[in-house]
Ligand binder design. Sequence first.
Ligand code: PEP
Length: 255
Amino acid sequence: MRRPFIAGNWKMNMTHLQAANFIQDLGDKYNNKNNCEVAVCPPATALKSVKTIIDSDNLDIKLGAQNMYYETSGAFTGEISPVMLKALGVEYVIIGHSERRQYFGETNSDINKKTKAAFNADLKPIMCVGESLEIRESGKAGQFVLSQIEECLDGIDEESMVDLTVAYEPIWAIGTGKTATSGDANDMCAAIRKKIGELYGKKISETTIIQYGGSVKPSNISELMKMSDIDGALVGGASLEVDDFMDIINYQGSQ
Ligand code: PEP
């Protein structure tokens, strides 16, 4: 049985003060009917303030970062290491978001290094994959995403896989209001699971959490969560509204 996992990616939004107010508001309204694992991923500058409120209000919400570098320390101006995130109480880290790939040139090889470094620091990576519209229209989305999975997981051992979340995020659906149909999203998540099965065996593939991301809203989450291979969502825009994020967490499930 895979526990549903809903994570909010706040992207480059909110000062630390705004983030503190937001998490307080979320905490006040918080309920979690489906017993999901829930995480918020604020900008790096707000991690500490958000963590302080999560702890002081005893909220059952995990803290995630949006990115990190793969080295532990050194002359890498502007970068943040996995060890630094861990010391702040961060549990999850988004790795290889398509915006990182698109605007900052991150490659599968970088993402592979970051994923390994996250495991080494006892962080749980949310590793993102997904195709562009051009690739989808060329009919090669499956092949493309599965080779992202292979390259990003290269050399990662079986034991680490327990702590891996994969987020399938078709780029054309991110922040555009276009969602993949639940059937198409599920087909890709099932193909990813099958590939993980080929690489690590069936037992690991059946316990790996695979999220869908791309314009997830209160209006489409229940449909997505009914699908066999979608275990949760990585939510951008809708995680910036407390009521919408709450409605997503409390999707119409089996309760
Ligand atoms: C994301 O940031 O990962 C995302 C899926 O964004 P949105 O929900 O806004 O499409």
